[in-house]
Write a protein that binds this ligand. Structure first.
Ligand code: GRF
Length: 212
């Protein structure tokens, strides 16, 4: 059994989509061993508690990021976490946190990266006037919304969309993308070549071999 740790700060709909997918058997051989929030009032942490999952609130309380992160890493380790999933976790991770879980931290972002990193990605996409947006599940590295992309799903931006309408259309795809990306990563059936995620299908064997 592979153990997942979820980090969230708010609503928690991506966390719930992951938990539901797991309950349906769509993420095989894995469980959620801990849900951590940096905000006590996060709806997501209440939802996790209601599902009977182990939860922990670890707030910044004016501490330095590295201190808070050390506590989070210790908590994840205590629960045997092998894959960390950021699900609306609104704090940057320290380099020490990232180093503690090499290629084992995923994030979901509501745009087709590298377009529109950072806050309010949906509003950024609308303001820019793109015709297509979507979501990206990626490994976390030290730059914001930057690591290796595991999977993306696109949606159209429609005439008359406001931020709410576009966000809802993207969120629907997020809830499909995150469980799928987690399954892919847990399968171990991939390699990272330069900064590309390459599925280990036979036609990619040469590419992976070449990169060794
Ligand atoms: C999602 O749009 C996600 O892409 C972004 O933060 C939002 C979190 O929503 N990183 P939820 O808390 O999972 O409902």
């Amino acid at each position: 059994m592979k153990h997942l740790g979820i980090l969230l700060s708010g609503r928690g709909s991506n966390f719930l989509a992951i938990a539901d997918a797991m309950d349906r058997g769509q993420i095989e051989g894995a469980d959620i061993s801990i849900v951590i929030s940096n905000r006590a009032e996060a709806a997501g942490i209440a939802a996790a508690r209601a599902r009977g999952l182990a939860t922990q609130v670890i707030e910044a309380r004016g501490r330095k990021r590295a201190e808070q992160d050390a506590e989070i890493v210790a908590c994840l380790r205590e629960h045997g976490v092998e894959l960390v999933c950021l699900a609306g976790y609104m704090r940057l991770l320290s380099p020490e946190f990232i180093a503690a879980f090499p290629n084992a931290i995923l994030n979901i972002h509501p745009s087709l990266l590298p377009s529109f990193p950072g806050l309010d990605a949906q509003a950024q996409a609308l303001a820019y006037g793109v015709g297509i947006s979507g979501c990206t599940v990626h490994f976390v590295d030290e730059q914001l919304d930057h690591g290796v992309i595991v999977l993306q799903r696109a949606v159209p931006v429609l005439q008359g969309d406001d931020e709410e309408a576009l966000s809802a259309r993207i969120l629907e795809q997020e809830h499909l993308a995150y469980p799928e990306a987690i399954s892919r990563v847990l399968s171990g059936n991939y390699a990272i070549v330069d900064r590309r995620y390459v599925a280990r299908a036979s036609q990619n064997a040469a590419l992976i071999e070449e990169a060794k």
